[in-house]
Design a protein around this ligand. Structure first.
Ligand SMILES: [Fe+2]
Length: 385
């Protein structure tokens, strides 16, 4: 029996066109002054304005902060806090991809509790309640909308800090798949694969529970058949909705079971070589699945995932277990145009031991179902090379 303590702090509102309800939803949190955190790409796509229009229609005052980029760092968050200190919001909305949602959480930690981002690295470090927050994801990827973690990079060391506190969970996640159709195809591929990786990694972690596994399996069931479909048919709103729902469910799985070795291997590639997270995960996940799947205790967990989509012809062969899953993932990554060989990413072979040492230090790796040594990490980098 696996004990657990499950709560769902986030109301989830799903449906095409529901961005127009953002004003009323925000008002339901007794908000009057709203800081909208949106990266410049989302602002130029017009999504931010649509959200702001809905907020104004409900009589709310707004201020938009867009001074950050992919993988927000401590300097970006500090800039957002300075804006918040002038504007004095009583609600924060993260409208955009994972970067916007993470940046919103980071700003909220410091605006509400003081100090600097490093003070919140770890779990449960908030010192007072945070402002209520709403997530409006415009990608289907990180699942940040249903997690209480903010991933913020240290601007000096480039270390990705996972800052988690139950009080940093969004009060509402507004999932409107029509916001995801304007993404460039590469963003769809990068973020979609990340969501797939979340479903796969969470399904087997050491700390998984029956509930987290239900979220992993259901996330996989929505994501696996639709990942390539959203790339070949970008305007297919049904498929976009499936991906957005799958990414959100995978976020719930992460919240309840953490991640594993593929993310531990991916993070140093991003920090040291600037490999985009989706590419880094695509490079490493198939090798991790094979490595973990060799353990007879873990193999059935992967098989369980494969069986969840056994009747869909776009998903792995149900007879092939972990190997079939690894093949499916590698093939999907290649078809989506994601990175397939580490040597193409400017990574020097002689530096793999150094990267492996970094991977060993990643907190996320401690949840992998199979204990990982520095040698194991090095071998997996070599396999991916
Ligand atoms: Fe990820």
């Amino acid at each position: 029996m696996t004990p657990f303590d499950f709560r769902l702090p986030t109301r989830i509102v799903f449906g095409a066109g529901r961005i127009d309800e953002l004003g009323e939803l925000t008002k339901s949190l007794a908000a009057s002054r709203v800081l909208v955190v949106s990266d410049p790409g989302v602002v130029s796509a017009g999504h931010t304005q649509r959200g702001v229009d809905a907020l104004h229609a409900a009589g709310l005052q707004t201020c938009v902060f867009e001074g950050f980029a992919e993988n927000p760092n401590t300097n970006h968050v500090a800039d957002g806090v300075a804006i918040a200190q002038q504007f004095k919001p009583n609600c924060i909305i993260g409208l955009g991809g994972g970067s916007s949602m993470d940046c919103a959480k980071g700003i909220n930690f410091i605006y509400s509790c003081g100090g600097r981002m490093q003070d919140y690295w770890g779990v449960g470090k908030a010192t007072s309640p945070l402002l209520p927050m709403i997530a409006v994801p415009t990608t289907a990827g990180t699942g940040s909308e249903t997690q209480s973690f903010a991933l913020i990079s240290d601007a000096e060391t480039h270390v990705k800090m996972a800052c988690g506190d139950k009080r940093a969970a969004f009060r509402i996640a507004l999932l409107d798949p029509s916001l995801t159709t304007t993404q460039p195809s590469r963003v769809t591929a990068l973020t979609g694969f990340d969501a797939l990786a979340h479903a796969v990694e969470t399904a087997v972690t050491k700390v998984r529970t029956p509930l987290s596994q239900a979220f992993s399996r259901e996330a996989w069931r929505h994501l696996a058949p639709n990942f390539l479909r959203t790339i070949s048919e970008p305007d297919n709103l049904e498929a976009r909705g499936e991906m957005q729902l799958g990414a959100c469910l995978a976020g719930l799985a992460i919240e309840n079971s953490m991640l594993g070795a593929a993310h531990a291997l991916a993070n140093p590639l991003t920090a040291e070589y600037g490999v985009t997270h989706g590419d880094a995960v695509a490079l490493m996940l198939p090798h991790v699945v094979r490595h973990n799947g060799a353990d007879p205790e873990v193999e059935p967990q992967y098989h369980d995932l494969v069986l969840a989509t056994a009747f869909d012809r776009n998903t792995p062969d149900q007879r092939a277990g972990a190997d079939g899953l690894a093949l499916f993932l590698a093939d999907a990554a290649a078809q989506a145009g994601l990175a397939t060989r580490l040597q193409d990413q400017g990574v020097d072979f002689s530096r793999l031991p150094e990267l492996a040492a970094d991977a060993t230090k990643q907190w996320t790796g401690t949840f992998n179902p199979v204990a990982m040594s520095t040698d194991d990490f090095r071998r997996l980098y070599e396999q991916a090379y």
